[in-house]
Design a protein around this ligand. Structure first.
Ligand SMILES: [Zn+2]
Ligand SMILES: [Zn+2]
Length: 149
């Protein structure tokens, strides 16, 4: 076994690379949805709650991951399913269809038009969100920052 020391830790390097990639993706996402700022205090607190929920479930071994999620990289979760975490390439696995795709992630109402946006936590976890109009307004998500799906 070698005692050779490397400059910097490989794990820290990978995390730094993941954060860099997240920033890149986040920039692209922000451009796509016209969002350049955080969602706002109420929405950010709600997103953080989801993040904490995912973390608790992960610590309890209740979260499934895509096969690529083992190494540090940007990850995605849907507010509608906090037990599945995937990489950017596998984000399609989070997709919902039919009525479930129009169910508000906050109040569970099924609505005609769902507003979608993306929050992020800890630089590397994107939280994809679908909200009804009332929850969009109640959480103070600027309508210009949400897109109609
Ligand atoms: Zn993957
Ligand atoms: Zn709602």
């Amino acid at each position: 076994m070698s005692n050779r020391r490397r400059a910097g830790s490989p794990v820290a390097d990978q995390v730094a690379a993941a954060i860099g990639e997240s920033r890149l993706i986040f920039g692209l996402e922000a451009e796509r949805v016209g969002r350049v700022a955080p969602l706002g205090a109420a929405a950010d607190a709600w997103v953080l709650g989801i993040y904490e929920d995912v973390n608790r479930a992960a610590a309890a071994g209740l979260v499934d991951y895509c096969q690529h999620a083992a190494n540090p990289r940007p990850l995605h979760v849907g507010a509608w399913n906090r037990r599945l975490v995937v990489c950017s390439a596998c984000v399609g696995l989070l997709r919902l269809y039919g009525e479930e795709d129009r169910r508000c992630d906050r109040c569970a109402a099924v609505v005609e038009t769902i507003m979608t946006t993306t929050g992020w936590a800890e630089n590397v976890l994107f939280v994809h969100i679908g909200l009804c109009w009332d929850c969009t307004v109640e959480l103070g998500v600027p309508v210009s920052r949400a897109v109609v799906a």
